[in-house]
Design a protein around this ligand. Structure first.
Ligand SMILES: [Mg+2]
Length: 323
């Protein structure tokens, strides 16, 4: 038991904690005690989310360890982005088959780089032995009463999406086909997704509802519509099509990736038609496009697109594992 405790302390201290000089005033008690004690800023509410990434379910076992660290945090931060929250603190529960120092160091580099860039301080950790599994809890702050939610879409609102979804699913497919150039733009989209924290914050007070695309555009749109009790009519011609997808895939397959590929972590929002230009103007400061792809309608469900796109909702990323 004592050996486990020592190893746990050692792993966290060596690979994941920051130098003491980097301490922040909002972290009253940080990593290393039984609990972290955190000070919420005045007028802010706490937004909390947890995500678990399991080897060969959520990421391939041979993915670069730095990318595994980055992704595990990115997918959790994406939920804060979807609420319009600012990232503040995170906790990491790491299950490892073995303590491989080189793997851990690279994993920690990927995790820490995104954590620091996002202002998200690691304030707690736990390490156990088992199949590689990464649990990340993120805590964010959002001005009281201003969190974006899935519910809130109104009839007539535009449905809009950030960036170019579909790239990550194709990136994973390329990885599974043996592509290993880490700078390949599609691989990069899968391995190092960028949580849209700044975009979410900029859309507070403007978007009427929001969700991040983790399962696929159509699947997550349906979550938003169910929460809002409404439907949507999409315009297939309006979908943003990423250049590297158009360059290599048939149009129909590109659209399948855009609508049903997961893992992009773009934001899907609804906004009043009169507010679209302002929303686009705000995101242009991030060089991030916001593309209207349809409209909220009173009839439940998703309309305006061929049923073959709806049939493939819920992209199966790892069929060989799950079958
Ligand atoms: Mg989400």
């Amino acid at each position: 038991m004592s050996r486990t405790s020592l190893s746990e302390f050692d792993l966290i201290a060596r690979y994941l904690s920051r130098p003491a000089t980097a301490g922040r005033s909002d972290v009253v008690v940080g990593n290393g005690d039984d609990c972290a004690v955190l000070a919420l800023s005045p007028g802010q509410q706490l937004a909390v989310s947890v995500d678990t990434s399991v080897v060969d379910i959520h990421f391939p076992h041979d993915a670069p360890p730095a990318a595994i660290g980055h992704r595990a945090l990115a997918v959790a931060l994406s939920d804060l982005a979807a609420m319009g929250a600012r990232a503040r603190w995170c906790c990491l529960a790491l299950t490892l088959p073995a303590a491989d120092p080189a793997w851990l160091e690279a994993f920690a580099d990927g995790f820490r780089e995104l954590a620091e860039r996002s202002g998200c301080e690691l304030v707690g950790g736990d390490v156990t032995r088992g199949a590689l599994t990464i649990g990340v809890t993120v805590h964010g702050e959002v001005p009281a009463g201003q969190a974006l939610q899935r519910r809130g879409a109104r009839e007539g609102d535009l449905v809009a999406v950030t960036g170019y979804p579909g790239r990550a699913a194709e990136g994973l497919a390329r990885w599974q086909q043996g592509e290993r150039n880490p700078e390949h733009p599609l691989l990069e989209a899968y391995l190092r997704p960028e949580p849209r924290l700044s975009a979410g914050a900029l859309l507070r007070g403007l978007a009427t509802s929001a969700i991040d695309i983790s399962d696929g555009l159509l699947a997550d749109l349906q979550h938003l519509l169910s929460a809002s009790g409404l439907g949507a009519r999409l315009d297939l011609e309006a979908l943003p099509l990423a250049t590297p997808l158009r360059a290599t895939l048939e149009l129909d397959e590109v659209r399948q990736r855009v609508l049903n590929g997961g893992d992009d972590y773009e934001l899907l929002v609804t906004v009043a038609a009169a507010d679209l230009a302002e929303a686009q103007r705000r995101l242009s400061s991030l060089h991030l496009p916001l593309t209207p792809i349809g409209r909220i309608v009173d009839a439940e469900g998703i309309h305006g697109i061929d049923s073959r796109y709806l049939e493939r909702q819920g992209w199966d990323h790892f069929p060989e594992v799950l079958s």
